[in-house]
Design a protein. Structure first.
Length: 118
């Protein structure tokens, strides 16, 4: 069973930086995608960034391009989201997710709260 454990959330000032980590365990293949989603109170969950684990291809939501960076460390089975210059409106619970045998995100972490103060 795949397990994802996020860490690194907290309070950050707008314009600062924060790094999130997602430790993955239980995988038997490296051909999958890992992504970061976020959900603010009263809003739908939205995709922030994704990475193809085997090849390192990345995808970013338009609003995050140039400020956030998704990466992974194969040796540690850990994915990261570096958040630079976050904005108060990006305050949310951030979730790490991974695909299973298809392109559906079957596996989810417990979420980590990120609060961006103005």
């Amino acid at each position: 069973q795949v397990q994802l454990v996020e860490s690194g959330g907290g309070l950050v000032q707008a314009g600062g930086s924060l790094s999130l980590s997602c430790a993955a365990s239980g995988r038997t293949s490296d051909d999958y995608a890992m992504a970061w989603f976020r959900q603010a109170p009263g809003k739908e969950r939205e995709l922030v960034a994704a990475i193809r684990w085997r090849y390192g291809n990345t995808y970013y939501a338009d609003s995050e391009k140039g400020r956030f960076t998704i990466s992974r460390d194969n040796a540690k089975n850990t994915g990261y989201l570096q958040m630079n210059s976050p904005k108060p409106e990006e305050t949310a619970v951030y979730y790490c997710a991974a695909t299973g045998s298809s392109t559906v995100y079957d596996y989810w972490g417990q979420g980590t709260q990120v609060t961006v103060s103005s």
